[in-house]
Design a protein around this ligand. Sequence first.
Ligand code: IMP
Ligand code: MG
Length: 187
Amino acid sequence: MNEHVRHANTVPLISKERIEERVRALALEIRQVYAAEPPVVVAVLKGSFVFVADLLRALGLDCSLEFISVGSYVGAKSSGAVEIKLDVSSDIEGREVLVVEDIVDSGLTLDHIVGLLQAKRPKRIMVATLLFKASAFRGAVKPQFIGFEVGPEFVVGYGLDLDGRYRWLPDIHVASEVEARGSPADK
Ligand code: IMP
Ligand code: MG
């Protein structure tokens, strides 16, 4: 029985080893950009909580951390109405801001988050996302730092959920496969 089978009865799409390696490389890339001035890292809840914990430690910059949470859009995606559930608690005016997302799909959520933050007049906003669904993207703001491009299939693990489940999985899996084959945590 290999390590992966312990967590879900399916071969991961992206193993935790690949994630770890990519996060380290991404952190190096990001560190070059912020050598002169550490950013305020704004993590988008809930999905980015695992990624931001790893990224922040790999960055090795003296950055502060804020969380933001927005509701998902109701009804047609193009209506674009997202409510803010949790706002940043510190002043970001004039600051370097790095938004950290778990996944960018259509990009509409990110557009709204960047719009909300832009209104606070930061010096600059850049975006890091672990996963990017290139085929679905139709947003105005493209993330500058991307961990992995993935296909259109719904994925879970490493913080990402399906109706609140599977955030705890250490690897990233295709949701339909985990649903079909289960995980040892299923009782
Ligand atoms: P967007 O506004 O279409 O970019 O949607 C982004 C949000 O949808 C993400 O922040 C996730 O919460 C959710 N999402 C989109 N695709 C996935 C997926 O494959 N797995 C888990 N959540 C996803
Ligand atoms: Mg999200």
